[in-house]
Every structure is written in C-alpha cells, then in structure tokens.
Design a protein around this ligand. Structure first.
Ligand code: AHM
Ligand code: MG
Length: 321
C-alpha cells in the first residue's frame, strides 16, 4: 500500500470531498522526498535548512490547495496569492534538529494542517487555532548522510484524525509504503527522554518526576534514559516503544524551547491519535490557543500512564499554590 493509495482510500470515505486534501498531501510527500535526497547528498547545513524551506514553500504553493503557510524558517506567515489559493493552512518545521546533520543523527520535517472552513478571506486567526482543530499532522524522519554512504530508511508518520500510520521510503520505487499500520503507543513505557543538562533550572514537578524515573517509590524498576536531541527521532522512538518525552519550562526559558504550532501540536496530535497523551504542565496540549505563530510551550508527551503521572505532580503543585 503506497501512501498515495492510502490517502486516496481515506479520502474516499468522504464522498463529498473534492480530492483537494489528497492533492495537498501528495505535495507534502513530494517535499519530503526532495529533502530526503538533499540530506543524502550531504549539502551544507545552512544551505539545507534554507533549501528545505524553499522546497516546502514551493511544493505547497504549487499544490494550489493552500492559503496560509507558517514555517519555522520564516518570521512572517506566507499568504498565497488569491489566484492560486485553496482552503488549507499548513504549519511546518522544514528541517528540525539541523544541528545534528554533521554527525549523521536523524533529523526531520514536522507538519500540521488546518482548514479555512467558510471561504472567508484568510487571516492569521485561521492558523492561531488550538491543535485539536488540526485535520492532519505528521513528520518525516531522514537519516543524514553517513560518511558518504546513503542511509536508506526514511519514515513518514501520518494521522488524518483516525489513528496513526507509518510509511517507509522504498528507494527502488521512490514511494512511501505502509509498514507500520495503526500505530498504538504502549500504555506505559520504560524510557524517559529529556535534556537533563537543564536540571539546575527545572521547576518542582519536573524535577520530582525525573527523580521518580530514576528512583521509583512504588517498587517498580527505574526507567532508562534515551535522548537524541532531535525531536522527530525522540518522538518516533517514544511512539513505537512507549515512554515519555519532556521539554519542560525552566528558569531560563519559562515557555520551554519547542514551538507550539509546528512542533508541539503535530506531535501532540499524533500521540493522542496513537492512544497517548500530551500535556503542557497546565492543560491538554491540543487545547492551547496560540496567540503568536512562533509561540513556545513546555511539553510532556507519550504513553498514557506516564503522562498521567506528570499531570498528577503538576496538579498537586497547583493546589499548593
Ligand atoms: P531546532 O528547531 O533549532 O532544530 O531545535 C529543536 C530541537 C528539537 O529537535 C529537539 O527536541 C530540541 O531542539 C533539543 O533541544 P536541546 O538541545 O536544548 O536539548
Ligand atoms: Mg525546530
């Protein structure tokens, strides 16, 4: 089952649909393939960031199905010319984790899709929507070029709002093939994933949670620590093996590091669709209403039971205050 076929099948469940959504997704997939090939050719890091952004903007505009694009690389949103406009807004990080390129660690593209419903003139308010209003979200993970040898496995993980499916690029076909149908995250995991170098600045609940991962008080085994420092890779492992990924607030960065629209929301959408949870320290991540396109938020996401534990710690803290 190729991703093209898969998306067409999904779309055929909605006979009233015009096929716009599959055309848009095909253009996103094309952008991912282009970035895969650029990453494998080992272009320079700076150029790769810029190149990936240009590729995505062009692929999305030329689909004729978009009206607003928000990219991590651009300070301002792009409004598509009225003559080439469609109903969809796409928020994306064209190449996340790019500091990892030179050592061959996986990097990725993250995206989310909203729709402008009633055909009004699109404004920024159409993208400043809570993550629960997204129609679809996903990421593509690229292995970077390894000493000149091609890394062949590229994964694309997608949710159109009814579960999560994983596709792998078959280089001989140049097509993404469904390899991980209906991904469900384990209810509880054995791994925690966080940059512990920031521990000196953490707040009480985060510090307490990580302490419990290492020194559990209920007789369970300690969790293992895994941290790549590339969100797509850390979230991909969390989705498949279970556990929790944290990028908390700290004294230096009171809103954490990760961006709401194109990092926190798409990954939270995928986690919920796979049966997990995503929490900001205050609320369900997908309920957050962003006020700026590059807004940041703390994030705790992963296995249902693991996120439940951190929620309990933050709720207890709130009661104390
Ligand atoms: P970037 O958008 O500048 O690449 O930063 C985002 C990346 C994420 O992929 C990753 O989860 C995080 O930064 C790691 O941050 P840190 O190095 O502070 O642990
Ligand atoms: Mg990023």
């Amino acid at each position: 089952m190729t991703i093209t076929r898969f998306v067409l099948n999904e779309q055929s469940k909605y006979p009233e649909s015009l096929g716009d959504f599959s055309i848009l997704l095909n253009h996103i997939v094309l952008g991912c393939k282009f970035v895969c090939s650029a990453v494998n050719k080992g272009e320079e890091q700076k150029k790769l960031d810029v190149l990936s952004n240009e590729v995505f903007i062009k692929a999305l505009v030329s689909s004729g199905r978009t009206c607003i694009l928000v990219s991590e690389e651009d300070d301002e949103a792009t409004f598509v010319e009225p003559s080439g406009r469609g109903r969809y807004c796409v928020v994306f990080d064209p190449l996340d984790g790019s500091s990892n390129i030179d050592c061959g660690v996986s990097i990725g593209t993250i995206f989310g899709i909203y729709m402008v419903k009633d055909g009004h003139e699109p404004t920024l308010n159409d993208v400043l929507q809570p993550g629960k209003n997204m129609l679809a979200a996903g990421y593509c993970m690229y292995g970077s070029s390894c000493m000149g040898a091609m890394m062949m496995v590229h994964e694309l993980v997608l949710s159109t709002g009814s579960g999560v499916n994983g596709f792998s690029l078959d280089p001989s076909l140049g097509e993404f093939i469904l390899t991980h149908p209906e991904i469900k995250i384990p209810k509880k995991g054995k791994i925690y994933s966080v940059n512990e170098g920031n521990a000196i600045n953490w707040d009480g609940p985060t510090a307490k949670y990580v302490e419990k991962c290492k020194f559990p008080e209920d007789g369970s085994s300690a969790k293992s620590l895994r941290y790549v420092g590339s969100m797509v890779a850390d979230v991909h492992r969390t989705l498949l093996y279970g556990g929790i990924f944290l990028y908390p607030a700290d004294r230096k960065s009171p809103n954490g590091k990760l961006r709401v629209l194109y990092e926190v929301f798409p990954m939270s959408f995928l986690m919920e669709q796979a049966g997990g949870q995503a929490f900001t320290g205050k609320q369900r991540a997908l309920d957050l209403v962003p006020t700026k396109i590059h807004e940041r938020s703390p994030i705790f996401l992963g296995s249902y039971d693991d996120v439940e534990e951190i929620k309990a710690l933050y709720n207890a803290e709130e009661k104390k205050e």
